[in-house]
Design a binder for this molecule. Structure first.
Ligand code: NAG
Ligand code: ZN
Length: 439
């Protein structure tokens, strides 16, 4: 994990303290720390003067232009995408998502990543960059190896704006002036626990996360240059954010979310947007691709009937649990490369299994077949009627022939049982460098 973050941090920014988290208004120098740690003055299209509120949005897509851009993308790139809505804003604007994959909408044993832009209405760079990113992926599918890898091995979901009403009002909160990044249930304080008081945008995102089984995500903010990973909040109130989206994702969605502040200025001039996209493009692509290129992936099945199991996956020494999906039994655990890990898979009603594994530079596949708990489960098979008495009868009835038939039937039964398991294993997704094993 550290590797991923440090390369991301290196690429995006220098050693900036995370006090600017969440895009709160903090005096913020207009400039960048470059890779060598030097502070350089703002070097985009310079001449950066405060502007009138309305002039700020010059050249940015309006909400209806954004909707049109999403729908046009969906038509132009229908072979690798689908567009769907997760709900509506307070003012009734649809919260549209673009899913990018070679099999969009299909439940595959692949990791899913999400990008969310414009959580804060007055931080619009993310929504513009996400539309550029979607189009770049579509234009480069089967031409660029990273684009192709992402489209073939990941389901990428993009919500360009979570807060279209705030954008229209040019302010941080939504139409009810609630900060959506403080509107999620919190792990330490009983804030936002009343479902009916939660904003429709928050509710929509929460049920989206519960339904989609995301492995990781990033929400894009503006007004600083920061990359932040869980936790946002702490029990002793020393960390500033409670009710944030990031921690809720991590705990309740099994999804590792980063909060990224991607431009020093909340409203850079619109003609700087293509430059900001170029600055961020490789980081965004590598972040998504890392889900397929690194980590431990696999599927979990029942030995009893070969069905996929939504079992829990734990890594020894890391206090965190993710679940396999209920539909395909696939799990995807992001871990720092070049490390030894002990993986434990458990599920009520089944015996847990633990196996050590060494993760090198590339992703590995590790499938598990769990045996039902207790002795009872083993006896509930079609051959149950035939206990030792039955064998005795067979032996007495002029032996040989019946015994041979019985052994053949037993052999066929186990053959079929194995086949049922392997049918599920066969669909295992492939990534060029995968090492595969079954536990
Ligand atoms: C994983 O599954 C358990 C048991 O069904 C559930 O209590 C837990 O909330 C799930 N965790 C996540 C992150 O979905
Ligand atoms: Zn923000």
């Amino acid at each position: 994990m550290e590797l991923l973050f440090s390369s991301l941090l290196l690429f995006l920014l220098g050693p900036i303290a995370s006090i600017a988290r969440g895009g709160d208004r903090i005096p913020n120098p207009s400039g960048f720390w470059d890779r060598s740690g030097e502070f350089s003055a703002r070097s985009l299209l310079q001449d950066h003067k405060p502007q009138e509120l309305e002039a700020l949005a010059d050249g940015y897509m309006s909400n209806s232009e954004l909707e049109k851009a999403i729908e046009e993308f969906g038509k132009r790139c229908a072979h690798i995408s689908r567009v769907y809505s997760i709900g509506k804003s307070v003012k009734g604007f649809p919260l549209l998502v673009i899913e990018i994959s070679d099999k969009p909408g299909k439940d595959e044993a692949e990791p899913a990543f999400k990008f969310i832009g414009n959580v804060h209405g007055d931080e619009p760079v993310g929504r513009e960059l996400l539309i550029l990113l979607a189009n770049w992926l579509c234009n480069n599918y089967m031409k660029d190896s990273l684009a192709t890898l992402i489209i073939k091995n990941v389901h990428l979901h993009i919500l360009p704006t979570m807060n279209p009403d705030g954008f229209a009002l040019r302010r941080r909160g939504n139409a009810n002036n609630v900060d959506l990044n403080r509107d999620f249930p919190d792990q330490f304080f009983p804030i936002n626990d009343v479902v009916d008081l939660r904003q429709p945008e928050t509710r929509a995102v929460m049920s989206w996360i519960k339904g989609q089984h995301f492995t990781a995500s990033a929400s894009l903010h503006g007004g600083a240059l920061v990359a932040n990973y869980p936790w946002d909040g702490s029990g002793d109130s020393r960390y500033p954010i409670y009710g944030g989206m990031q921690d809720w994702n991590y705990i309740h969605g099994g999804c590792l979310e980063l909060t990224l502040e991607i431009s020093d200025d909340k409203w850079p001039k619109a003609d700087e947007l293509p430059i900001l996209f170029e600055y961020n493009r490789m980081s965004m692509l590598n972040l998504v691709a890392s889900l397929a290129k690194t980590g431990i992936h696999g599927r979990i099945f029942s030995s009893h009937n070969g069905h996929p199991l939504p079992a829990s996956v734990m890594i020894k020494g890391i206090d965190y649990k993710i679940n396999a999906s209920g539909s395909s039994g696939d799990y995807h655990r992001i871990l720092a490369p070049s490390g030894s890990y002990e993986v434990t898979v458990s599920m009520p009603g089944y015996r847990a299994k633990t196996t050590p594994t060494f993760l090198q530079q590339y992703a590995i596949s590790l499938d598990f077949i769990l045996d039902p708990d207790g002795d009872d489960a083993h006896r509930r098979t079609p051959l149950d009627g035939c206990d030792c008495n039955c064998l005795g009868i067979l032996r007495r009835a002029h032996g040989g022939v019946y015994l041979a038939v019985f052994v053949i039937l037993l052999f066929l039964y186990f053959l079929l049982k194995r086949k049922a398991v392997f049918r599920f294993l066969k669909r295992r997704h492939s990534s060029s460098h995968r090492r595969v094993s079954v536990v």
